[in-house]
Design a protein around this ligand. Structure first.
Ligand code: 4AD
Ligand code: MG
Length: 434
């Protein structure tokens, strides 16, 4: 007999198959039981009819407990009314492990508080909603890789233990390395990307990054995944172009391949279908004007807070690109605008519907003297940056790139109000377990 997954059911209508999985839920009456099976690819209702099964087997099915592991044998039947479109008429059911009544599965169909659920994240992952979100995440990751792999970018993984800050010294996690040497968990692979870009032209790194921010917001994790492309001989405009193409590619792929999951999450698909080129492009100056009109306290020169980003993104039905922020509020490596050095050739992309910044990037300083000046102004240890400075001595060229946070992207695409559900095991200010 053929062993299949629930996702494959459509190809096996009328056939006898075996599906290994877990009992998601059970409805029953005297003569019929409906074990709801989940197998990691989907959820399927099974139908066990008393009159058609050995008595002992029917009793076993009726007494099944939530999340017991089971292997079901039966015939696939198309059932338009069933969630997923197919049902399984049960012929046999083997119990691999029965969850005892004395210690039942802790997450029941009733409502649980968020702390309880996060404490049981190792089990919560099995629920339908979490399953849908994390499948969208996988599709996002896959789409990102495919985009870069098919556009001439070479993947070059950058280190996680680093000797210096990339995004400011206040958000570094320090690690005791050997012999009292201090290293830090990376905040961004960008600086190393700049080195690999000079060797390979177009590169990207994709991995976990860390921020010791004491921010307890719906957008902050202390450990998150970021994809960072970097391109030699590139300007701010090139960076924006790639950012736009990448987002379009990711949205398109999620809509094409994960529509069912988005529906499970109750996502408004029209909002995602509206994501088309070109994205609006505005300057920081214009953004400040918009914000003031909308009642924000922002003054020229300040960085946008989460609330400002939300206000701004509500103005547009697609991601908005905001460029030329004040040099003073941005990282040390940002190239100043030659026409107007008080603003930097950086860009943030804000997702629509109030989801805030999903991409940050821009053009990097390529002039040796200016870079040295900035490293000093920012009180960064010149010693630790000597290799980075070398890049401005040996064949320096205009270059740029960006970082896109996977979790913020997934939160936006899934329509979630917090990033904590977008990663299998979130790490936040007050959460390092399980
Ligand atoms: O804007 P950020 O800090 O930019 C950089 O790190 C650059 N060095 C990237 C580059 O140019 N190569 O971070 C980039 C993105 C943000 O737009 C956001 O999507 C995400 O990373 N991000 C976070 N996501 C979750 N939790 C946090 N604490 C995040 N901080 C940044
Ligand atoms: Mg940023």
């Amino acid at each position: 007999m053929t062993r299949i997954t629930i996702e494959q059911a459509a190809q096996y209508v009328g056939q006898r198959v075996v599906i290994p999985g877990w009992l998601y839920n059970l409805r029953k009456s005297g003569k019929i039981a409906f074990p709801i099976l989940r197998d990691g690819t989907g959820i399927m209702q099974c139908v066990a009819v008393k009159s058609q099964l050995p008595e002992e087997l029917f009793e076993t099915i009726k007494d099944l407990t939530q999340e017991s592991s089971i292997i079901v044998t039966g015939t696939v039947r198309a059932e338009p009314r069933a969630p997923g479109g197919y049902e399984l008429d049960v012929e046999n059911l083997e119990v691999v492990q029965r969850v005892p009544e004395s210690d039942p599965y802790p997450i029941t169909p009733k409502e649980h508080g968020i702390d309880f659920l996060l404490d049981h994240r190792h089990l919560w992952l099995r629920s339908r909603r979490q399953h849908a979100i994390l499948r969208v995440r996988h599709e996002v990751v896959r789409a990102i890789r495919d985009y870069f792999d098919s556009h001439g970018f070479t993947l070059l993984d950058t280190p996680i233990f680093t000797p210096a800050a990339c995004e400011g010294t206040t958000t570094l996690f320090e690690v005791n390395y050997f012999d009292d040497e201090k290293v830090y968990l990376t905040q961004s692979g960008q600086l190393y990307n700049e080195a690999t870009a000079m060797a390979f032209g177009k590169v990207y790194t994709f991995g976990p990054t860390f921020r010791a921010e004491r921010s307890k917001t719906r957008r902050h994790l202390t450990e998150f995944w970021m994809v960072e492309p970097e391109m030699a001989y590139a300007t701010l405009e090139d960076v924006k172009q790639v950012a736009e193409e990448l987002i379009l590619h990711v949205v398109g792929r999620v809509l094409a391949n994960r529509r069912r999951e988005l529906e499970t999450l109750g996502r408004n698909l029209e909002k995602l279908e509206a994501i088309q080129a070109p994205f609006p492009r505005i300057s920081y100056d214009q953004a400040v004007e918009i914000l003031k009109k909308k009642g924000s306290e922002i003054q020229w020169g300040g960085d946008f807070g989460g609330a400002d980003e939300t206000l701004l993104s509500e103005e547009f039905d697609r991601p908005v690109m905001v460029d030329r922020y004040p040099t003073a509020v941005k990282a040390f490596y940002m190239q100043p605008d030659p026409e107007r050095p008080e603003v930097a050739l950086g860009v943030d992309v804000l997702a629509p519907e109030g989801y805030g910044e999903i991409i940050g990037g821009g053009q990097r300083i390529h002039d040796l003297d200016l870079l040295l000046q900035r490293i000093r102004e920012h009180n960064l240890p010149e010693e630790a940056f000597s290799w980075y400075i070398d890049l401005r001595k040996y064949g320096s060229v205009p270059h740029g790139g960006f970082g896109m946070g996977v979790e913020r992207c997934v939160a936006w695409l899934c329509g979630l109000d917090h990033v904590r559900e977008t990663i299998p095991f979130p790490r936040m200010l007050y959460r390092t377990r399980p």
